[in-house]
Design a protein around this ligand. Sequence first.
Ligand SMILES: [Zn+2]
Length: 272
Amino acid sequence: MIQSSQPSLMKLTKDNYYDHVTDWQYMSATIFKSFMQCEGATLAKIKSDKLVDETATPLLVGNYVHSYFESAKAHEAFRKAHAKEMLTQKGALRSEYKTADAMIGRLEADDFFNFVYQGEKESIVSGELFGVEWKGKIDCLNLEKGYFVDLKTAADLHKRVWSDRFGGYVSFILAYGYVLQMYVYKELLQQMYHKPFTPYIFAVSKQSPPDIAAVKIDDARYSLEAEYIKKHLPRIMDVMNGEIEPHYCGECDYCRHNKQLHGFIEVDRLLN
Ligand SMILES: [Zn+2]
């Protein structure tokens, strides 16, 4: 990871945004959130270029929906590239993608969504936050009107999700760090275009029929996210730069897979 004062940053484009090498040059909301969950697993994954499991069905379904609203060309390319994962042995569309089609249809049938979802799709942003270079990819950027939109898919938009960070049940938008992500994008955009931007989220559920919501975020939430990043970023940078050993959460896929028992723990330790 390169601190912002260092030269030779790779210029980000739509084509190289997900390139492994850029993950060592730019922090992103995805990498930051992953480090907050498990430093050891995240470091191992970015070292081996496996930060995101691109074959995981929920991710593919999300990308399928995103590609549709990006452009007809992008959707067609996605369908071609992932035909194997999307189709059954008999060549029919798998149920997850039928659900995805219903989600697309639900959003597309909504006038308010169509009115707001106007602008440049998959817009790349970058800039400096707390002394580190960051990157981001925005689903829909309306430069002229000063807002941007991210599409989020979820099992159920109204489900209460437990959050250790917030110490209670919160909406999926807080639990999955989407406010943090919107804060980062908003700051990077402001640096790039020298004016403020308002983030919006359009959420669509995987239920049948799908639920939809247009979500705005109270400004007061952003100072909390700024403090959170400022507090934890230095340690993450030290871990990435190999200056301190990563902490292993002991519970994620990676930690469970690599677990070695060293003795007994008391009953209560199972609850951390
Ligand atoms: Zn872990």
